[in-house]
Ligand binder design. Structure first.
Ligand code: DC
Length: 229
C-alpha cells in the first residue's frame, strides 16, 4: 500500500495528538507532534534565561536556534514517543503550565518557525508520517494526501487539558487553563506567519460531541478512502 503524509491541524487541546498518535500506531506510521517542538524551544529559552518577564531575548535566541535539536524517541515501556531536546528527555517538562503560557509568542518568531519547519519537512521526506500542529496542511506539507482540520469548543478543550494534567498528578486551575486556551487561540489565528487556518482541501472535524473511539473510527475511514483510491 502506498505511504502517504497525514496532516492534522487545529486549535490547542482539541485532541489532535491523541487521534494522531493512535492513528499512527494503527497504520504503522511515524507520529510527530510539531507543537512539542515549539514547546521544546520554549523550554530551552526558559532554562537558558532567554525569557524574562514575558520579554524574549530575540537576538540571543536567533543565534542559538541552530544549536536546538529536537528529536523523538519511542519509550520502550509506554511505546509512546518522548520529546528530546538536545538528547535529553523533556516530555513532562514541556507540558507544564509555565511552558504552555510562554509557547505562543515563541512560536510566532519567524526564525523559530523556519528552523522547525525545516526539521519537520526532513522528518516527512520518506512519507508514512502523521504530523499534528497548526500549519502542517498549509505550510509544512501543502501536498499532504490527507489533511484534517480539528475543532471543538474552548470549554470542552479546557476541560480535557485540565483532566490530562490532573491525571498526571500536576497542579491545574480550570480558570487559568481556559484563559490560556483562549489566549492561544487568538495568537495562533492572528499571528503574521503561518496563522492557524483550515487548508482548502482539509476535511473539517468538530469533535466536541464525539468520543475518542468514534473519532478513531472516523479517522481510519478517511485514511482508507485516500489510500484505496
Ligand atoms: O499543540 P500544542 O498546544 O502542544 O502547541 C504548542 C504551541 O505551539 C501552540 O501555542 C501553537 C504552536 N504551534 C505552532 O505554532 N505550529 C505548530 N505546527 C504546532 C504548534
Amino acid at each position: 500500500m502506498k505511504k502517504i503524509v497525514i496532516a492534522i491541524d487545529g486549535f490547542s487541546s482539541c485532541g489532535k495528538s491523541t487521534m494522531a498518535k493512535d492513528l499512527a500506531k494503527k497504520i504503522g506510521y511515524i507520529y510527530i507532534d510539531s507543537g512539542a517542538m515549539y514547546r521544546a524551544v520554549t523550554l530551552y529559552s526558559i532554562e537558558n534565561k532567554l525569557i524574562n518577564n514575558e520579554q524574549i531575548n530575540i537576538t540571543e535566541l536567533k543565534q542559538r536556534i541552530k544549536d536546538i535539536h529536537i528529536s523523538f524517541l519511542i519509550d520502550p515501556t509506554t511505546q509512546q514517543p518522548n520529546t528530546r531536546l538536545n538528547g535529553i528527555n523533556v516530555e513532562n517538562k514541556i507540558r507544564s503550565m509555565d511552558v504552555s503560557s510562554k509557547v505562543s509568542p515563541i512560536s510566532t518568531l519567524d526564525f523559530v518557525r523556519e528552523a522547525m519547519v525545516k526539521q519537520q519537512q526532513a522528518m516527512g521526506k520518506a512519507k508514512g508520517i502523521v504530523m499534528d500542529g497548526r500549519d502542517i496542511g498549509t505550510t509544512v506539507f501543502p501536498d499532504a494526501e490527507l489533511k484534517i482540520y480539528v475543532t471543538a469548543s474552548a470549554e470542552i478543550r479546557a476541560q480535557r487539558r485540565y483532566d490530562e494534567l490532573k491525571n498526571k498528578g500536576l497542579n491545574a486551575s480550570f480558570e487559568e487553563i481556559i484563559k490560556n486556551v483562549r489566549e492561544r487561540d487568538f495568537i495562533d489565528q492572528n499571528r503574521e506567519i503561518s496563522p492557524l487556518r483550515k487548508a482548502d482541501d482539509a476535511i473539517l472535524l468538530d469533535n466536541s460531541k464525539m468520543t475518542i473511539q468514534q473519532q478513531q473510527v472516523w479517522l481510519i475511514e478517511q485514511f482508507n478512502k485516500v489510500t484505496k483510491e
